[in-house]
Design a protein around this ligand. Structure first.
Ligand code: ADP
Length: 449
């Protein structure tokens, strides 16, 4: 999956930064590969999660967390899916909900994405709401929060509610269309139980559903470091040294993926195809940073890291462990061997750049930052009111990521619907091609073109 998603991302980035041109069909194929890859990855992760839970290896891993940011991101994440179905999606937290808490943010996020994702998936009209309330004010540095996801969907009959949380079980709403694995709620309940709560469901056929849980959190006083920005890196600021990066991985495809990501940014790359070679090349060439696979023949990454730490005299070479381990819990083992970071495959290119950038103190050049999603004026219904031919041209230009052509078309749209044209132009500048494409497709589906 790392290679599939990684190479698809790479090609998309090359198209977006103008380093490559794709035909409409190629762009469409690429989007399909990416979508299917993400879907498969979701299933794999669900199955891994369940087996981790069943073997008793899942643990709670609290870190300092910006709860408000986490909730805000969730809204952004699901808004597109909701907009496509013309559902209203709201994420609301009471003023008394503290911003900085200690929480297993990964599990909390996963649970809320599952509940919100289900609500959006099964609701055909109306709204979805995530509301977070503080049940009692802060006492002795702790607070108790209630998370509730409500929807105006089909609801779930009482006799089905008991089965919902069993692995692989799907109630009426989930059986057709054959989406999902029926594992989401089983995993979510286990995660919430690990964090010290339980999920309750209130629902009746035709009355919508409400899934809720309560958890205790430690409230933090200071600010939490800001969540890393997921921005599109398009180069390095001029005037920085040409850093040398050692890539130690026995699998050619994995090395190629890293090389193709890093080379355009001007790094000098050194390759090693097993652990012994990685150690030898570190000794000979003294790279500035190492990307190290943990599972390699001859000598594994743990041993390489341990030996480097034992031998190094001229300062510490940052080592980023790149591992396919399914277990976030392995992080401690990797750090104990002397690595500085833990990058789990499949990784996002933005995460790779962020880690390298942090250790080498690099300044990146980013694509213009996408503004927080505000779909005030571009929506499928409004696009549907445009002449079909104009929409087809727009769709074509979006598919091949042709920003200039999209800009021209936005102007043509503005002549018919000034507000829509302006909003479209803005989103084109922000390179939100996929989002716009999704809206065009929804508009086509509605108007039957
Ligand atoms: P999946 O979504 O992969 O099918 P889940 O474990 O997340 O699996 O959900 C199990 C089943 O519970 C779904 O198939 C669906 O029948 C039902 N369900 C979950 N959430 C809702 C909801 N908000 N409204 C109606 N039915 C729901």
């Amino acid at each position: 999956m790392n290679a599939i998603l990684g190479f698809a991302d790479l090609m998309r980035r090359e198209a977006r930064t103008g380093r490559a041109r794709l035909t409409a069909e190629q762009a469409e194929n690429l989007a399909t590969i990416h979508r299917s890859g993400e879907h498969l990855l979701g299933l794999i992760n669900d199955v891994l999660d369940i087996s981790k839970i069943e073997s008793g290896r899942a643990t709670c891993q609290p870190t300092d967390c910006d709860l408000h940011a986490l909730l805000g991101e969730l809204g952004e994440l699901l808004r597109e899916r909701a907009t496509l179905k013309s559902l209203s999606l709201r994420v609301h937290w009471a003023a008394t909900v503290p911003r900085h808490v200690r929480a297993d943010a990964t599990k909390l996020r996963q649970v809320l994405i599952n509940l919100l994702g289900n609500a959006v998936k099964f609701t055909q009209q109306g709204s979805v709401l995530l509301a977070v309330d503080a049940l009692r004010g802060e006492q002795g540095g702790r607070c108790r929060l209630r998370f509730a996801v409500s929807d105006t969907g089909p609801g779930i009959a009482a006799e089905e509610q008991a089965k919902l949380f069993q692995p692989f079980s799907q109630a009426l709403a989930g059986v057709s269309p054959q989406e999902g694995s029926g594992l989401g709620l089983a995993i979510s309940r286990q995660h919430v139980q690990l964090m010290g709560g339980d999920i309750a469901v209130h629902s009746a056929p035709g009355q919508g559903s409400r899934f809720s849980f309560e958890l205790d959190f430690e409230v933090l006083k200071g600010a939490v470091p800001e969540a890393k920005a997921q921005r599109l890196v398009i180069g390095l600021e001029p005037g920085q040294p040409r850093y040398r990066v050692l890539i130690g991985d026995d699998i050619e495809t994995n090395r190629q993926l890293l090389i193709k990501n890093l080379k355009p940014l001007g790094f000098a790359l050194i390759e090693a195809t097993d652990g012994e070679q990685a150690l030898a090349r570190w000794r000979d060439e003294q790279p500035d940073l190492i990307l190290l696979d943990m599972r390699m023949p001859k000598m594994d990454g743990y041993e390489v890291a341990r030996r480097i730490r034992a031998e190094e005299k001229r300062g510490r070479t940052p080592i980023i462990a790149v591992t396919a381990s399914a277990f976030e819990e392995q992080r401690d083992e990797v750090l104990a061997a002397g690595c500085d970071e833990f990058l789990r495959k499949p990784f996002r290119d933005a995460d790779l750049f962020e880690l390298i950038g942090r250790h080498l103190k690099l300044a990146f050049v980013y694509a213009e930052r996408a503004a927080p999603a505000l779909h005030t004026a571009v929506d499928a219904a409004r696009l549907g009111a445009l002449p079909a031919a104009l929409r087809a041209q727009l769709r074509e230009a979006l598919l091949v990521l042709d920003g200039a052509r999209c800009g021209e078309l936005a102007e043509q749209v503005a002549a018919l619907d000034p507000e829509l044209g302006a909003a479209l132009g803005k989103q084109v500048k922000e390179m939100r091609f996929e989002e716009l494409l999704g809206l065009c497709e929804a508009a086509d589906a509605w108007t039957g073109t």
